[in-house]
Design a protein around this ligand. Structure first.
Ligand code: SAM
Ligand code: SF4
Length: 340
C-alpha cells in the first residue's frame, strides 16, 4: 500500500518512496543525440539508438499521465540535446495539458534555442537551464568541439527577453574560470550554478573540482558573499548572493555535499527506462509494458500495469548514491543517455 500514490481531496497526489521522500519531479530524456561533443560527456559521440527504439511523444504522454497520477508535478526535458529532436514544442504542449503537471522545464546546451524559442514559450515552457562552462570562445570550442559561444549567449538573452526563468549551469572543473562566468549573474537576472563533476560515463576519467574549495575561493574574492535562503526551484542547489548582482550563485554538490535525503526526482531515458538514481542501473523498462502484446479487453489493465510498475519502481528508489565508492556504481551509460 505504501507504493500507491496518496490523494487527499483538494490536494495533489503524492508519491512517497520507501525513504519517505516526496517524488514529484521527472527528468525526461527525449533523445541521446547531441550536436556538441563536450569533453566530460560524449567526446566521441554515442552509439546511435534506432528511431523505433525511442519512445514516441504519445508513449511519453502516456507515461507522464501515469506519473501525474502518482504525484509528478514538474517535468524537465533533457537529453542528449533535447532540441536535437524535432517537435519539442508539440511535446511540451502535450505534457502541459496533463492534469497535475504544473511546470515544464528544459535543460539545453543553448545552441539550438533561438530559432525555436517563440514556439517553446507558446507551447508552455516555464523555465530553461542553459549549460555553459566558459565565457571564453576558444575554451568553449575546446570543451564542446564547436565554435558556438556567441549563439549560446544570444540564447540566454533571448530566453530572458521572452520572460523565461533562466539558469546557467557550469560543470565545476579545476580550470573553470568562475570569476568570469559569474559576471553573467552580475549583468543579468540569471543564476549561475556550478555542478560538481560526477563519475558517470566520461566523467569517470576526469578530475572535477570540489564546490567546497570553489566556495572558499569565491568567499576570499567576495567577502561580502551572503547565503541566499530564497527558493530558486525544486533542486539541490545551495545559493549565495553577491550584493549588487542581479542573479545568485548556486552550488550543486553531488559529490561533496550529498543531498540524497532530499532527492525528489526520477528519470526516464529516451528508450523508456524509468531510472531512480543516476548511480545505479536499477529501474523498469516501461517501453516493454507500453508495447507489450495485449488483447483488446486488456487495454485498461495495460495502463494499470504501467501505473503499478511506476509506483513500485519509485517506491524502491535507493536511499543514496555511492559516487564515493566508484566500484559500487552499476550505471554503465553516460550522462547523455540517462537524462543528466
Ligand atoms: N545537452 C543538454 C545540456 O548540455 O544542457 C542536456 C543534457 S546534459 C547531459 C545535462 C547536464 O549534464 C549539462 O549541464 C552537462 O554539463 C552535465 N553533465 C554532463 N556530464 C556530467 C558529469 N559527468 N557530471 C556532472 N554533470 C555532467
Ligand atoms: Fe551534449 Fe549536453 Fe553532453 Fe555537452 S553535456 S555533449 S551539450 S549532451
Amino acid at each position: 500500500p505504501a507504493a500507491r500514490a496518496a490523494t487527499t481531496s483538494g490536494r495533489r497526489a503524492a508519491m512517497f518512496d520507501s525513504c519517505r521522500r516526496d517524488i514529484h519531479y521527472l527528468r525526461l530524456s527525449v533523445t541521446d543525440r547531441c550536436n556538441l561533443r563536450c569533453k566530460y560527456c560524449m567526446p566521441n559521440g554515442i552509439e546511435c539508438v534506432e528511431h523505433k527504439d525511442i519512445l514516441s511523444f504519445e508513449e511519453i504522454r502516456q507515461i507522464a499521465v501515469c506519473g501525474a497520477r502518482l504525484g509528478i508535478t514538474k517535468i524537465r526535458l533533457t537529453g542528449g540535446e533535447p532540441l536535437a529532436r524535432k517537435g519539442c514544442p508539440e511535446l511540451i504542449r502535450m505534457l502541459k495539458e496533463i492534469p497535475g503537471i504544473e511546470k515544464i522545464a528544459m535543460t539545453t546546451n543553448g545552441t539550438l534555442v533561438r530559432a525555436i524559442l517563440p514556439e517553446l514559450v507558446e507551447a508552455g515552457l516555464d523555465e530553461i537551464n542553459i549549460s555553459l562552462d566558459t565565457l571564453d570562445a576558444g575554451t568553449f570550442a575546446a570543451i564542446t568541439g564547436q565554435d558556438l559561444l556567441p549563439e549560446v549567449l544570444l540564447a540566454i538573452d533571448a530566453a530572458l527577453a521572452a520572460g523565461l526563468k533562466v539558469k546557467v549551469n557550469a560543470v565545476s572543473m579545476p580550470d573553470t574560470d568562475w570569476k568570469r562566468l559569474i559576471t553573467l549573474a552580475k549583468d543579468k537576472p540569471v543564476d549561475v550554478r556550478f555542478i560538481e563533476l560526477m563519475p558517470i560515463g566520461e566523467g569517470r576519467h576526469s578530475e572535477g573540482r570540489s564546490n567546497e574549495e570553489l566556495l572558499e575561493e569565491i568567499r576570499s574574492e567576495f567577502p561580502q558573499l551572503q547565503a541566499d535562503g530564497s527558493v530558486h526551484g525544486a533542486g539541490p542547489a545551495v545559493y549565495y548572493r553577491i550584493p549588487g548582482y542581479q542573479g545568485s550563485i548556486g552550488l550543486i554538490s553531488a559529490m561533496h555535499g550529498k543531498f540524497c535525503s532530499s532527492c525528489n526526482r526520477v528519470r526516464l531515458t529516451s528508450t523508456g527506462f524509468l531510472k531512480t538514481c543516476l548511480c545505479y542501473e536499477d529501474g523498469t523498462d516501461l517501453r516493454e509494458i507500453l508495447r507489450g502484446e495485449c488483447v483488446r479487453q486488456e487495454a485498461v489493465s495495460k495502463n494499470q500495469k504501467l501505473l503499478d510498475a511506476m509506483a513500485r519502481t519509485i517506491y524502491g528508489k535507493p536511499a543514496e548514491h555511492c559516487f564515493e565508492q566508484p566500484d559500487q556504481i552499476t550505471e554503465a551509460h553516460g550522462m547523455s543517455a540517462i537524462g543528466g
